[in-house]
Design a protein around this ligand. Structure first.
Ligand code: RNT
Ligand code: ZN
Length: 420
């Protein structure tokens, strides 16, 4: 290992030890925390259902940087490149539209394991675990703006069948790869303008969910999550699957809640919700994202919002029971670089949380010494955090500091620039 990095780490360790924090304990914890890397950053959420598939329905990607993955093989190569630049071991998160539909042109209500054999053999080879998502957008049957909550029973049944099949595929990932697969359900259902029968749509959604989750699958294979939203493109006035709706449904039906960092009012703290949920539930799924003024899904950064989320998970002793899944899509910059910036930022945020002298903060708080709590929090920001991070990267055999940037540039020159 680079001797400067080693020296800097030793000095940093001493500084943290003075605060009662062990850097080596923090790093061994960090090593065991996997992020779920979202496949959809690699091709702007297009998927491979048919040639030239395009994203539609409630979410949008902007930008047209060259080099987008045009096939599942290219996407897997790009994922391998991104993963090679991340310390630790991570999972890959797939959406239903990423299957192989060349041999069997299955519509969503016929999707099956057969469409995902390539992904599973790749995952086995790469020693990766897979998570999954049903896809209820970018399809003629979602164009009305309603899927599982549609008042048209044939539309509703179509999507119920899709999600049921996706849960089967997800459970199969979990079983074959030996680690429960997180299946997350997000739908865009809602209305642009004032809705006169909110209750009707919510009853319909509940009805569909009851059908979907009446099929019981062992939690050894699948962990089901439901993702709420406050508003979206085309659903500015009303979203059927709101936070209150899903919180109630999840509690009643023993499902996990998914909190997406871009799905609330911009001034609302997602971090603040974690302890509320974990008071009643064991696990939580976090979609690590960054909204800029709206749910824009910008690349995740090592910023206050992400740090605060990680800190709350740590303070709730939930690092093993919270699932961090990245969820953003930026088509305006190098897509592999976008994956790596966001994933490393999420990992840095977790490390920052692990290096927090939480008990000292709680102690100050309990004794009413709020000055000390605030002062300590401020001083933490000037601690040699980067030296610990760089040491972790070197230890894990991946480039530290800014050294990974040139690897992305080289891949862009050698591989991405040749894609038309
Ligand atoms: C959309 C949700 C959802 C999607 C992915 C692609 O607002 O955040 O999680 O981003 O399913
Ligand atoms: Zn999300």
């Amino acid at each position: 290992m680079n001797s400067t990095i080693k020296k800097e780490y030793a000095l940093a360790s001493e500084r943290y030890a003075k605060l009662g924090v062990s850097t080596s304990a923090a790093l061994s914890k960090l090593k065991g925390i996997s992020l779920s890397l979202h496949c959809w950053q690699g091709d702007d959420v297009s998927g491979f259902e048919k040639e030239g598939s395009l994203l539609s329905g409630g979410i949008q990607v902007t930008g047209n940087r060259f080099g987008k993955a045009r096939s599942a093989d290219e996407l897997r190569n790009d994922l391998e490149k991104a993963l090679s630049l991340l310390p630790g071991k991570h999972r890959v998160n797939l959406h239903a539209i990423y299957g192989n539909f060349t041999l069997k042109k299955n519509d969503r209500d016929q999707i099956s394991k057969d469409n995902f054999i390539d992904w599973v053999s790749w995952a086995k080879k790469q020693k990766l675990k897979l998570d999954f998502n049903a896809t209820l957008f970018s399809h003629p049957k979602s164009e009305s703006g309603f899927t599982l909550s549609s008042k048209d029973v044939s539309i509703r049944s179509f999507w119920v069948e899709h999600v049921k099949r996706c849960r089967d595929i997800s459970a199969w990932f979990g079983q074959t790869l030996g680690s429960a697969s997180v299946h997350n359900l997000w739908i865009a259902d809602g209305m642009k303008d004032q809705c006169a029968d909110k209750r009707g749509y919510r009853e319909a959604l509940k009805n569909s969910l009851d059908k979907i989750f009446s099929v019981k699958i062992s939690s050894k294979y699948i962990k089901d999550a439901v993702e709420s939203k406050l508003f979206g493109i085309g659903s500015e006035s009303f979203v059927v699957g709101s936070q209150e709706f899903y919180t109630s449904y999840a509690l009643k039906n023993n499902l996990m809640l998914c909190l997406d960092m871009g799905h609330f009012h911009p001034t609302e703290s997602i971090a603040d919700k974690i302890s509320a949920i974990l008071t009643f539930q064991k696990e939580v799924l976090i979609h690590v994202s960054r909204g800029v003024r709206w749910d824009s899904d910008h690349v995740v950064l090592f910023d206050d919002a992400t740090k605060e989320v990680a800190a709350e998970v740590k303070r709730n002793s939930a690092l093993e029971t919270a699932h961090f899944a990245l969820d953003y899509f930026d088509a305006s910059i190098n897509r592999i670089g976008a994956w790596v910036i966001g994933a490393r930022a999420a990992q840095k945020s977790i490390l920052y949380a692990l290096l927090e002298p939480t008990s000292a903060l709680v102690k100050a708080e309990e004794s009413g010494d709020y000055f000390k709590r605030l002062a300590l929090t401020e001083e933490l920001k000037a601690m040699p955090f980067g030296s610990v991070w760089n040491y972790f990267c070197e230890q894990e055999g991946v480039p530290s500091a800014e050294d990974w940037i040139k690897e992305v540039e080289l891949y862009e020159k050698e591989v991405l620039s040749k894609r038309s």
